[in-house]
Write a protein that binds this ligand. Sequence first.
Ligand SMILES: NC(=O)c1ccc[n+]([C@@H]2O[C@H](COP(=O)([O-])OP(=O)(O)OC[C@H]3O[C@@H](n4cnc5c(N)ncnc54)[C@H](OP(=O)(O)O)[C@@H]3O)[C@@H](O)[C@H]2O)c1
Length: 491
Amino acid sequence: MELGSALQFLDNKSILVTGGTGFLAKIFVEKILRVQPNVKKLYLLVRAADHKSAIHRLHHEIVGKDLFRNLKKKCGTNFSSFISQKITVIPGDLTHQDLGLHDSDLLQLLCKELDVLLNLAATTNFDERYDVALGLNTLGAKYVVDFAKKCAKLQVLVHVSTAYVSGERSGLIVENSYRMGETLNGVSGLDVNIEKQVVEDQLHLLRLQGASDKDITVAMKDLGIQRARRYGWPNTYVFTKAMGEMMVGELKDIIPAVIIRPTIVTSTYKEPFPGWVEGIRTIDSLAVGYAKGKLTFFLGDLEAIVDVIPADMVVNAIIVAMIAEARHQQPQTIYQVGSSIRNPLRYSNLQDYGFRYFTKNPWINKDGKPVIVSKVTVMNSMDSFQRYMAFRYLLLLKGLELANAAFCHFFQGVYSNLNRKINWVMRLVDIYRPYLFFNATFDDLNTEKLRMTARTSLVENDMLYFDPKSIDWEDYFMNIHIPGIVKYIFK
Ligand SMILES: NC(=O)c1ccc[n+]([C@@H]2O[C@H](COP(=O)([O-])OP(=O)(O)OC[C@H]3O[C@@H](n4cnc5c(N)ncnc54)[C@H](OP(=O)(O)O)[C@@H]3O)[C@@H](O)[C@H]2O)c1
């Protein structure tokens, strides 16, 4: 297979990106505009009430970000005109047919003009309401495929999923696709239409009962976890993403489509500059809590592999996979993009980097004082965590409950507060537990084949790097990622 020139491929292309305000979408958009200014058009689907608010989001949440500073410098005073010439924002909503577009002329234009459709929209909250996650991650994926089928000259649909659709399996996780209705625990009966019905019935019942918005949210979150676990997935996010993949596989028909499964995406490694990141994501919440002195213990296996991959490598993999699929349709279309096989990193490495970095560069708290970090207590099993909680908090809670009863609810406020916090911690642990004790590696044979093909036949192979072997994790975390999250995420 020959890949040829990526810049030639992108020349004069019309590309629609869903989830335009998202983390990966911005990095994709910046890269394309910087390396191939002759792209014809980037259509960015953003959630907005109308075109005016979509434009506002484009300027404030996309091109106004520091991420675009190199491009801004390169364009000089022409930046604004370049952006308005190349980017068209479209107010839409993926939870509706035709991407929620109301403008029929625009719809027709897109169907006639689009070369590439990149689906990056998702709700990435593990504990999302089931109606929201099913509507976007599963049915949204279906609506994108339905729409792609109407696009007369579409060369490729790229659907971005997550490597964690694999659930809690251990060992080597291969780049296999899911059959419609397949489950992780062998329980039969998984059917997206039934899931839709379950959601509608539950919402109807809650409304009949006069449930408050808050109660509906809690019930919908619980329903998601319950349905996910019924079929063997640990949480709502990965369950609905897995069903999204099933939708793409089942419905794509003859459309050239690829599925990209990134692992945990971290800040940019090199481009447009090292260390750009946005939003608190999984492992970064640990770093923030630790540096601020709020994380006093770690629950998990320090020797477990934590599979991370810088965002610019994910975007480069997306671009190369897109070109490979458009130029030569492949029988195998799933690419896992991570580091656990080629360059494994362990939680113990993260602990070490965090300790060294924040000892040397302590976080200065609100009172202007440096926060002194120390090595955190590690609990390497759920048993030791439960013992710790029982000893430290649950006994106290029990005592407060008794005192409260004896003193006419005098301690009700303190009791409720502590109870709420404990329940919150227990729920977080319940949801994140599979990842803290994760005992698997993600095979990336298809991705490696793509890298090898790029090495031998992609003209711009150096520009589209996505080999995790080239990363020195110590250098990346100490000099790029941690400074990046301190700069862009810490508040
Ligand atoms: N980041 C990671 O660590 C990671 C790891 C593995 C896989 N992934 C996958 O990579 C993809 C991109 O992730 P990301 O981190 O860039 O996501 P992100 O920053 O959370 O962005 C999600 C995007 O989806 C949009 N969206 C939400 N609801 C929508 C709706 N109803 N209609 C249209 N758009 C909607 C959001 O718009 P608003 O701004 O309006 O909310 C936002 O632009 C996702 O599919 C995710 O599952 C990410």
